[in-house]
Design a protein around this ligand. Sequence first.
Ligand code: HEM
Length: 235
Amino acid sequence: MSVSAPPRPGASSLFTSPVLRKVSTGLTGLFLIIYLTQHLLANLRIFSSDPQAVSKYGHTLEGFGLLLRGIEIGLAVLILYHVVMGISIWFKTRKARPVTYKRYQTKGAPSKQTLASRTMLWGGLLMLVFLFIHVAYFRFGPGVAEGYATMIHGEPARHYERLVTERFEQLGYVVFYCITMVVVGMHISHGFWSATQSLGLVNDRNREVLYKVGIGLGILFTLGFIAIPLGIYFG
Ligand code: HEM
């Protein structure tokens, strides 16, 4: 009787193994939180006493040339991978449990089923729509050639303050951004908690702390990002 050899782990296991899928989605999510932290800090410069603070930062980044383009492509790949894996995990979970629970309770440790955890897919998809609109304007929208220019160290640079201010003088965008930023906060708060679990970092001693860190991070990101459209709209 011949016994067939067990399948060798290959590149495809990253897409087929549930454990690897969860771990890689968690890891990419944590990288995206790091990107968002620098993105938030960069944009909060709009409140600095220097009226060119954001443009100066953007101009410095542009100075990295090809390296910056490489980082941007890496970021796009990371986001795409995270989205595709997130959707596939969601569908797998639904297939495994086609009847949704009426009540989110377990007998053992707290199940941590919350509004944030139940809206990971829809929240994630809203963020994706947001990203298309956001990147189309802020990354690929008007620049120096279209007159959105300011002088920095004697060189023309993209006028980010004008871009940001013009956008958030419009109530529709302010409302859209505020709603999305609440979703971003919820996604991060559950995503952080879920990632620490997938990476095997949670134990009985740190469980509550990590859960609360996730919630704290979510609140900080929501408040930090919301401050920009609201601060500009209300002058
Ligand atoms: C009020 C909040 C926000 C403001 C004012 C803002 C502002 C900006 C600006 C000015 C850029 C252009 C940067 C450049 O061209 O180098 C940009 C790009 C970008 N933003 Fe935001 N952003 C905000 C929130 C967010 C959020 C919540 C996310 C993610 C969920 C996000 C993701 C991105 C991405 C992925 C890019 C493209 C990065 C690149 O290709 O360089 N932003 N944002």
